[in-house]
Design a protein around this ligand. Sequence first.
Ligand SMILES: [Zn+2]
Length: 223
Amino acid sequence: MKEKYLKYRKEVHAAALWLSEHGYFGSLRGSGGNVSVRIDSENSMAITPSGVRYTDMTDGDIFVVGFDLELLEGRQGLKASMESEMHSAIYRKRPEVKAVVHTHQTYGSVFSVINMPIPALFDEVALSLGTLIEVAPYAFSGTSELARNVEAVLSGGANACIIQNHGIVALGASLDQAVLNAELLEKTAKIYHLALSSGKRLTTLPAEAIDIIEMIRKPADAQ
Ligand SMILES: [Zn+2]
């Protein structure tokens, strides 16, 4: 194992464990969901393995995979995450993204099965995630089609999306920020679900607030 990859392995393992312990993968005993971080100055990522329970996982189980899906480092007998192609497609499309988190979190998954995007409800959340959390169309887990569907929805610059009948994806300029964005999405989805269930009329952010947020979120070179 190369020394240079060690910090990335530790970081991915710690974030995956935190998400698992906080119920973001939907089952405490399962191995669903996956976490990755971009390796600096390389076209590669450190990513969780496939089929390993988070409670049993070690730093040494984390894989290093090229964006062309070439295996650079990994434990014999294990495989890298089945969603590696989805992660690499996002890194290729969004050079500023440094980490990707894919979860099966409960409230985000509610909107994945009612196939409904989440509008901008809170300015602080919209600043982090974008002014619309869209739903990427369903494709079977682990397929190139799913990778393409998610990549297409996230190409607009949002830092999160829902995957139809599956779960969510959150991105960030650091792994800590990607995890925070998954948390912000779960908070928003929970509140939106409760608000819709109340039967009362709900309000979204006014158009002026959306304009301000979109201006702030625009990359500097596009302004
Ligand atoms: Zn999944």
